[in-house]
Design a binder for this molecule. Structure first.
Ligand code: NI
Length: 243
């Protein structure tokens, strides 16, 4: 449990900043007291997540767009894409985004033997630990598939999603944006891929549209903290709705 402390503390820090920003915007009516003295906006909250990157040509403009909007997201990265993009990973961490595991070679964890599992998950964790100086990475299994044995071996909370515009199926930002906006609710985890230019446009358009509606964009770790829940290793999460 202790290994999650740093992440949650960082999340709380970000949330205090969020609360401060809300106070400056003069929105005290929409705040509520949770987590002790920290005042949080009442929400709604949503977590944008990006799989299969990083890819410099698309992830860089995405990070620029998120920074302009003061928005944090979560990136489930592939090990072989980390190679050569180390500075991009450090930028993510430094700008308050959450980095998570998506295997070394985008392999399905359904039915992998122990040594393959080590090569796909544990070696990526070691790579990211060397780069970012932390060990508490959440896991998103490729294709959302995992055997019970792999789940038990994960040594990480398993993060799936609740809103999927299937952005890999076309490059149609208008359709993808509508698919998200038509379905999103408080506590949702949205799945996109930061390897397609159209998906980057979709993400930023969704941020702009939902911020107007009062949504706050947080990392998955921050969403756990906001909901007062502790991520459990080997447990599967699709969304974190309010109680
Ligand atoms: Ni994937």
């Amino acid at each position: 449990m202790a290994k999650w402390k740093k992440g949650l503390a960082a999340g709380l820090l970000a949330l205090s900043a969020l609360a401060l920003a809300a106070a400056q915007l003069g929105a005290p009516a929409r705040t509520q007291a949770v987590l002790g003295e920290v005042k949080l906006p009442a929400g709604p909250y949503v977590a944008l997540t990006f799989d299969d990157g990083p890819r410099a040509a698309t992830t860089t403009p995405l990070l620029d767009g998120l920074a302009q909007r003061g928005v944090h997201a979560t990136f489930f990265v592939i090990g072989e894409n980390v190679e050569g993009n180390e500075l991009l990973l450090q930028r993510m961490e430094g700008e308050g985004h959450q980095v998570g595991l998506h295997t070394y070679h985008h392999k399905s964890l359904d039915g992998l033997n122990a040594s393959d599992f080590y090569a796909e998950v544990d070696q990526l964790r070691e790579t990211l630990t060397a780069l970012l100086g932390r060990t508490d990475f959440m896991l998103r299994p490729p294709y959302g598939m995992m055997s019970p044995a792999a789940q038990a071996r994960a040594a990480a909370p398993i993060i799936l999603w609740s809103v999927d515009p299937e952005d890999w199926s076309d490059r149609d930002t208008g359709r993808q944006t509508a698919a998200i906006l038509d379905n999103v609710k408080d506590g949702d985890i949205i799945l996109l891929h930061d390897i397609y230019p159209a998906s980057v446009d979709t993400a930023l358009q969704v941020v702009d549209a939902l911020m107007v509606q009062g949504y706050h964009f947080v990392t998955v770790e921050e969403l756990f903290a906001i909901r007062g829940r502790t991520p459990e290793q080997g447990a599967v999460y699709r969304r974190l709705p309010p109680d």
